[in-house]
Design a protein around this ligand. Sequence first.
Ligand code: ADP
Ligand code: MG
Length: 704
Amino acid sequence: MPSPFPWQTSVQYLKGVGPKRAFFLGKLNIQTLEDLLYFIPFRYEDRAKIKKISQVESGKIETIVGEVMAVSLSETARRRLKIVEIAVSDQSGVIKAKWFNQQFLKTYFKRGDRIMLSGPVKMNYYGGRSLEMESPVYERVGAHDTQLHMDRIVPVYHETKGLTSKQIRILMKQVLDQFGHQIPELLPLEMIQKYQMPSLSEAIMKVHFPEKEMALNLLNAGRSPAHQRLIFDELFILQTGLALRKKGVSDRRPGIQFHIQESTLTPFRALLPFALTRAQEKVFLEIKKDMSQGDVMNRLIQGDVGSGKTLVALMSILIALENQYQTALMAPTEILAEQHFFYLKPYLETLGKSILLITSDMRKKEKEEVITRIREGQCDLVVGTHALIQKGVLFKKLGLAVVDEQHKFGVLQRATLAEKGRQPDLLIMTATPIPRTLGLTLYGDLNISVIDELPPGRMPVRTRLYYGKQRQQAYGFIREEIKKGHQAFVVCPLVDESEKMDLKAAIALLSEFKEQIFPEFNIGLLHGKMTREEKESVMLSFKSGKMDILVATTVVEVGIDIPNATVMAIEHAERFGLSQLHQLRGRVGRGRVQSYCLMIAEYPISNEGKRRLNAMLSTTDGFKISEEDLAIRGPGEFFGTQQSGLPVLRIANLIRDADLLDSARDAAFEWVARHPALDDNESKMVRAFLERKWGGKLEWLSRG
Ligand code: ADP
Ligand code: MG
């Protein structure tokens, strides 16, 4: 029997790689042979069409090879740009090339070097006609290099200090010569045929060294057939995991069958000063149906900020409480957990139910007491942060877990909470509407309910942008609103990651307001370093109208509910992320009067910053905002892949490759339906692949 393919062999043991090389490869996150084979070029150059200098055409991108004749460094008088200029000749002619502010090139190029240049050609009429390339890509080429580095489509790799693209190319060629043809197949043959894909071995070889005929634009877009095969693999294995999970979830031992008794629901509805929206009713009906069936509920509620998700969650909690079960609500931050706690407490207490809060910054003794009460069943609803999923926290009888996600928790953390009970139902809330295909990926194991309507009478918040010096106008506007009897939030600049700095900025702003700008008003301060009692008392006094302005660090990002507040002013708005800005704006516009979001921005503003501010000005639709956010940040950062608990996508791009995501999903779900245990001969490869990619999570996947 042939030995298995050495995917996991450390690169260090490859021919041509020693400890030093391995160290540099490590800086590119390449540890194993597998990492190396999947380290795909970020760009390709068509050097199949190297031209003689005499034949290059002005206005085109051309590639030439020649010898360096001269190197010079100069500086422009006015803007003080440093320019490195070289002259290169082949038998047929001479061409100049120049680069701006890259002084190191002065010593990189040496007279007599043979180099390749590729870039846009210009005819320069300055002091006679001469050919010139501006900032071309360049590479030194040796006399023997023709085979690998020229006369073909050449892969270009990300470099790191100590390792050039060219060195990686040489190594890659050598490794592929040795291993390329042995790379084993991972997918069943019928699937490869059905989707007309190349074999894995062929795909990996061609993604590094494409055929001359392959279209350069497909390669550079990362969508050649070889690329598509590798992308399909990644998405297939992701979807197979989710398919197993979904199957595991529906197959597993029956969950709790709740009886809808209305013993608290009816009085609860009577407490509400308003009726639920049609969308809330619809979603609650879906939840009710899930909860009254024997299967475990796995449901996601998606709805924009302020659409009333929390209330629907609360009603679901009441169903569980009516059945004498405990419930848990997990939020991603301390402040959000606290805000949920304060919001829910009056309702629960009026209905004769108990509620506790658990956070990680609680004093040890206090925490232990809460934990004891949870264990002994003296608590109906516990609200908390990830402190809730710690080992020591045991429930007497957990029936429903609600996770307010705001896409900050991953799949695995959700699962850990659910494991705190015997098959409790799971309800997840998210304010991030996500494009359908992405939803299927991220939440492939969940059923989705959408609250697609805001409570009636809400007027869209008007958004305005003020730059630096116009700040006084913004303050003037705040004054007018307060004189009308309204209140305002002022959110302080995000200084950096550290809370200390945020606090300093908030205190400075507070004293400026008190002493100079708004001496006639009552101003309060809310920040993350306050104790819970302090925060509660500030929020209460703002809510009761004793304060006109609440200056806050971003702790108000989510949750606070003050209908009389009509202004949300955001200092240094250019520093905030788009979804953060949208969340902040969602804090106002909750009453029946017109509300305003005032974004105060300071120069300089990055291009991304401008895009974010513009997006805020152009729409209040959370769906559009989140699409724009996704476009600005890219899917990796948007979802925080590391936290999500999903396998890392190295090549696939969930937006660009939406079509492949669909076919990979079909293929995966079909395969799992036909081969549920993945134990037949054909599924062996799939299983091995799955184990490699999902690692230790395999058991969790199929157990559900
Ligand atoms: P979300 O969690 O979706 O951001 P919340 O549940 O926090 O929204 O609700 C936002 C505010 O709207 C709260 O003050 C809540 O009491 C109120 N609210 C919820 N549903 C309705 C409704 N049907 N009519 C009027 N107000 C509502
Ligand atoms: Mg909410």
